[in-house]
Design a protein around this ligand. Structure first.
Ligand SMILES: Nc1nc2c(ncn2[C@@H]2O[C@H](COP(=O)(O)OP(=O)(O)OP(=O)(O)O)[C@@H](O)[C@H]2O)c(=O)[nH]1
Ligand SMILES: [Mg+2]
Length: 237
């Protein structure tokens, strides 16, 4: 599909359809019709990274955006920061606007204001830090309070490269995720394990939810994650 050089109109998912951001905007009638007239469709998806301070939210974003790992001293995020990355998801250009929140308690009231606009949330804990895992329930309570009801949510256990320091077993992460009915995977911002997958999986889910093409099979996020996820150990594919 050809995309012109001019800045395309951005469509956002709202009430199960793609609409432009203006209040009361009509939904996108047909993907083919729009592509015929304009060359391509760009969808804007807002993704928010949440979880305790130090779990690796900023590093995960930098790994995804720049393919690099921020080694060295830990610089805690102040307030909120964002980066954009464009993906092509099943033939549609998806601009991910990724909000990197501060995990520190004192910034909580700043981040609360952003939940409402998020289409997807990646909730992280650190597999080498038990307290960050124990706090997941509190994060889920906060998410239920502030985020949209239909927000796409995924639980990530980060830092699996640190095998010798691991204190949260993969099975514990899986069990918690199952309890809350959210997809789960383990990641490493350091090695890059499953980082791209975490973002593409939520982008695919959102794209499929709001843009159903005729004859397209239903997309199942849980099944997709199960099929695509890679393990951190020696023997798990
Ligand atoms: N080994 C390992 N270290 C990581 C990984 N991800 C992050 N770190 C380290 O963990 C520390 C915290 O990472 P950040 O990404 O800054 O954490 P954060 O969640 O953004 O923290 P706040 O901004 O305070 O909320 C840094 O020292 C990183 O180098 C990872 O996947 N593996
Ligand atoms: Mg940070």
């Amino acid at each position: 599909m050809l995309c012109g050089k001019e800045l395309p109109a951005l469509w956002v998912p709202r009430e199960g359809k793609l609409r432009q951001e203006a209040p009361g905007a009509a939904p996108l009638a047909s993907l083919e019709e729009w592509q015929g007239g304009h060359g391509c469709v760009w969808v804007l998806l807002k993704v928010m990274l949440v979880g305790d301070s130090g779990v690796g939210k900023t590093c995960l974003l930098v790994r995804f955006k720049d393919g690099a790992f921020l080694a060295g001293s830990f610089i805690s995020t102040v307030g909120i920061d964002f980066r954009n990355k464009v993906l092509t998801v099943d033939g549609v250009k998806v601009k991910l606007q990724i909000w990197d929140t501060a995990g520190q308690e004192r910034f909580r009231s700043v981040t609360h204001a952003y939940y409402r606009d998020a289409h997807a949330l990646l909730l992280l804990y650190d597999v080498t830090n038990k307290a960050s895992f124990d706090n997941i329930q509190a994060w889920l309570t906060e998410i239920h309070e502030y985020a949209q009801q239909d927000v796409v949510l995924m639980l990530l256990g980060n830092k699996v490269d640190s095998a010798q320091d691991r204190v949260v077993k993969r099975e514990d992460g899986e069990k918690l995720a199952k309890e809350y009915g959210v997809p789960f995977m383990e990641t490493s911002a350091k090695s890059g394990l499953n980082v791209e997958l975490a973002f593409t999986a939520i982008a695919k889910e959102l794209k499929h939810r709001s843009m159903k093409l005729p004859n397209e099979p239903k997309f199942k996020l849980h099944d997709y994650v199960k099929k695509e996820v890679r393990g951190s150990g020696c023997c798990r594919s």
